[in-house]
Write a protein that binds this ligand. Structure first.
Ligand code: PLP
Length: 282
């Protein structure tokens, strides 16, 4: 396959990282992952806005502006003849002799991008998943989409070893988000999700689902909720670029609601799929 390395296109095998790249040594970088439908990037503007915010928060300079990046990503999709799948890209602060503080003289940041083809519905679980509650041990800037994902990696592995598809994280009994997704619950017809602050990544899918809920007239509360409220919820689901809206039907040994995907979850998933169908048709 073809990858993008800074402003150059090359074979995957040609893409080499410097051993002193700050992304490699410190996780000093940011990333985005987008869904491609019918050769077009979905919710592109929101992803680019979040990328620029992440860069600002880490005082990281992008190698070139977003318009040019979008041009390059579109070329990458075309060169790989990809219709359905993902685009992943990351930007590190660059390569220089190892020191924690920023380089004194500006160095070039390093951008790499690749695509991964999938079938339309390969990452979807409409019948729902089992999740496990895991301690959220991450830092206090989870709002930045950084390459530092060890807290997420360890939680995701722990959930996997418990036979679960996802980890639902909590800080002292307050549910934050999943290891790779945001988490919503439904109680008495109200959709509830953690507010977008430093404790969670403000998922693009989260924002899209909040918009769909408004269009459908489903009442929403962006507020914290406890693990007890989660276990006592009528419905629960997770959202991400990969899984869209996926019902959570079991949490460790507890069924959620009646153990089947809930009615509001299904309405949101239907609306989501309808939007994608329209996106593909246009
Ligand atoms: N939260 C975390 C920790 C994530 O890694 C992700 C994305 O993979 C999300 C939430 C969901 O974000 P998005 O909807 O933009 O994919």
């Amino acid at each position: 396959s073809t990858i993008l390395y800074n402003d150059q296109f090359m074979a995957r095998e040609q893409g080499k990282v410097d051993m002193e790249d700050r992304g490699y040594q410190f996780g000093d970088g940011i990333y985005e992952a987008l869904r491609v439908y019918n050769g077009e990037m979905f919710l592109l503007d929101l992803h680019m806005k979040r990328l620029n915010r992440s860069a600002r928060e880490l005082r990281l300079t992008l190698p070139y502006d977003t318009d040019h990046l979008v041009e390059n990503l579109n070329k990458l999709i075309k060169d790989n003849e990809m219709n359905d799948g993902y685009v992943y890209f990351q930007i590190t602060r660059g390569a220089i002799a190892r020191k924690h503080r920023f380089p004194e003289k500006p160095i070039s940041s390093v951008l790499t991008a690749s695509v991964e083809a999938t079938t339309q519905d390969e990452d979807l679980y409409p019948d729902g998943i089992k999740a496990s509650l895991i301690d959220d041990i991450r830092w206090l800037r989870c709002d930045i989409k950084t390459l530092n994902l060890l807290g997420n990696v360890l939680a995701n592995q722990e959930a996997f070893e418990k036979g679960s598809a996802e980890a639902i994280l909590h800080r002292d009994g307050v549910v934050t988000e999943g290891s790779t997704c945001n988490v919503f619950i439904v109680k008495d017809g109200v959709l509830i999700t953690h507010p977008a602050n430093h404790f969670i990544l403000n998922g693009i899918t989260r924002l899209f689902v909040l918009q769909l809920a408004e269009q459908l007239g489903i009442p929403v509360e962006e507020r914290t909720y406890t693990t007890d409220e989660l276990l006592d919820a009528d419905e629960a689901f997770i959202t991400s670029t990969g899984v869209r809206v996926t019902p959570v039907v079991q949490i460790d040994e507890h069924p959620v609601g009646d153990g089947k995907p809930g009615a509001i979850t299904s309405r949101l998933l239907d609306a989501f799929n309808h939007e994608i169908a329209q996106f593909i048709a246009k």
